[in-house]
Each structure stands twice: as structure tokens, then as C-alpha cells.
Write a protein that binds this ligand. Structure first.
Ligand SMILES: C[S@@+](CC[C@H](N)C(=O)[O-])C[C@H]1O[C@@H](n2cnc3c(N)ncnc32)[C@H](O)[C@@H]1O
Length: 254
């Protein structure tokens, strides 16, 4: 239960020590800035502990999901997912556009209410475009029994997730290392995308990718509604994420 809060503290120390490396570009220039950053991290850590504990209690009866989550996060003790996104991200993105790969996670509360809102069933085919550790994908597969696909640019995320699939002998779930905007979505019926850090270039590519969806497919996006011509917004709701409360938008392919 305490794995995740500890790994987050380790991540903060890694960040601070990175500032002191020779040649590092300081984003924290004064002691006041550093103090404020540490205060922000502390608040974020308290929130993360609260969310983690609430999930453990609320999903206590969901044995298979808990077993899967433990198997997954054993792989992220060190380095954790936040550090992996930073360091591996620099191999696939330029420093100026690294913000596109900023890491954060949807809570189980968030993905549960999102799937409920789009009336998900076992017959759906779920895609998470930019799946990170793959938590949402495992949730869709284990809680709903639907076929589930996770897509991420970063190989460690995909390898760890596929490792859990093998370890737990799960079927109808797979993770691919690829650009989300190159994904063939012709068979998808539910698409989930964390769009918080997408700039206009990413959004344009995303809209093109979503055009391949079959009519009636549902698209769930975080932070912003998607202005793709083929989508109609059907609702929105606030939910819990690792970075705090945020808006979730629901769409239908028309
Ligand atoms: C904010 S995390 C969200 C993780 C997960 N979807 C969740 O909600 O818990 C965004 C993830 O998208 C991935 N990502 C960003 N741009 C991508 C792209 N063009 N193709 C594939 N993955 C991408 C990043 O590597 C990162 O793991």
C-alpha cells in the first residue's frame, strides 16, 4: 500500500538532485522558488497518499484488480513511472516538446465513472492512446471483461505492462509501443485519451486518427473537449487524477 507514496518521494529527490548536476539547466533559480516547489510537492504528495488510500479501501473487494495492480507497481519501485517518462521521454521528444509526455495517472475512481458514463460493456473494444503504465487498460479488461489495447511511445511502459499480462496469463489485452496518432482505430468502440498536454499539432493529428472510428464509438478525453469534426460532445464530469481534480469529456462518433 505504501509503495506508491515512497516511490513518489524518491522521485522528488531525484528531481532535486538533477538540479545540482553539473551543466543542469535550473528551472528553480532562487531559494524561494525551490521552497515553493518543495511546498507544492508536499501538498501533491499528501493528496497522492489520500487518493492511494481511498482507492485501496474503495476497491478492497476487487481481488483480481488488486493482484494486477501489485504486479504492475512492483515493476515501478525504482525508477518509477514519473522518472521513466522524464528520462525516456527525452529519447523520443526534443526538450522543447517534452511537456507532451508529462506523466500523470487516472485514478480507478476516474476510469470507473468514465466507463460507466459511456455505458461500457464486455463487448466493447477499449483503446487508451498514451496508456502510461496501462492502469486504465487493465481496469477495462479486468472489471468489464472487454478487449483492451494500450498504446504508448515509451518502451518501458509497454514492456512492463506486457510483462504483467504474461505473468497473470491474461487474454484479450495487449500493449503496443507506437505513436498514438498512428493507431488504427477502425475496430475501437471506446477510446480514452489524456489530452492535458497536447498542443495544437498533437490535437490535429489526434482528430485525424479519430476519424477512422466506427459511427457510435465513444471517446473520453481529459482536460478539454475534442473539437474533431466527427465527434459530438455528450457530457462532462469532474474526476480524480494523480495531479488533482480535472474535467473529463465524453463524445460520440457521428
Ligand atoms: C498523462 S499520461 C496518461 C497515462 C494513462 N492514460 C492514464 O490516464 O493513467 C500520458 C501518456 O501518454 C504517452 N504519450 C504522449 N504522447 C504520445 C503519443 N504521441 N503516442 C503514444 N503515447 C504518447 C506518454 O508517454 C504518457 O505515458
Amino acid at each position: 500500500m505504501f509503495n506508491k507514496p515512497w516511490s513518489l518521494i524518491r522521485f522528488y529527490f531525484q528531481c532535486i538532485s538533477a538540479y545540482f548536476r553539473p551543466g543542469a539547466t535550473w528551472s528553480v533559480r532562487t531559494p524561494l522558488n525551490l521552497g515553493l516547489r518543495i511546498l507544492y510537492w508536499f501538498c501533491n504528495w499528501c493528496y497522492f497518499c489520500f487518493l492511494n488510500t481511498a482507492e485501496v479501501l474503495a476497491f478492497a473487494g476487487h481481488g483480481s484488480l488488486r493482484v494486477q495492480d501489485r504486479a504492475l507497481y512492483r515493476r515501478y519501485r525504482f525508477p518509477n513511472q514519473f522518472w521513466i517518462a522524464l528520462t525516456e521521454g527525452l529519447k523520443v521528444e526534443r526538450p522543447e516538446t517534452l511537456y507532451r509526455l508529462t506523466y500523470g495517472e487516472t485514478s480507478w475512481f476516474g476510469i470507473r465513472s468514465a466507463l460507466k458514463a459511456v455505458k461500457a460493456t464486455a463487448d466493447d473494444i477499449f483503446y487508451d492512446l498514451g496508456c502510461g503504465t496501462g492502469r486504465n487498460v487493465f481496469f477495462a479488461r479486468i472489471e468489464y471483461g472487454m478487449q483492451a489495447v494500450g498504446i504508448d511511445l515509451l518502451p518501458t511502459f509497454v514492456n512492463h505492462a506486457n510483462g504483467v499480462v504474461q505473468e497473470l496469463n491474461l487474454d484479450r489485452i495487449v500493449f503496443h509501443e507506437q505513436d498514438a496518432f498512428q493507431t488504427d482505430l477502425r475496430t475501437a468502440t471506446i477510446v480514452y485519451v489524456t489530452a492535458n498536454c497536447f498542443d495544437q499539432e498533437c490535437l490535429d493529428k489526434l482528430y485525424q486518427t479519430l476519424a477512422a472510428l466506427p459511427v457510435g464509438a465513444r471517446v473520453i478525453s481529459t482536460a478539454r473537449p475534442l473539437a474533431a469534426p466527427v465527434l459530438r460532445v455528450t457530457g462532462s464530469q469532474r474526476q480524480f487524477f494523480s495531479w488533482g481534480l480535472d474535467e473529463v469529456f465524453y463524445h460520440e462518433r457521428i
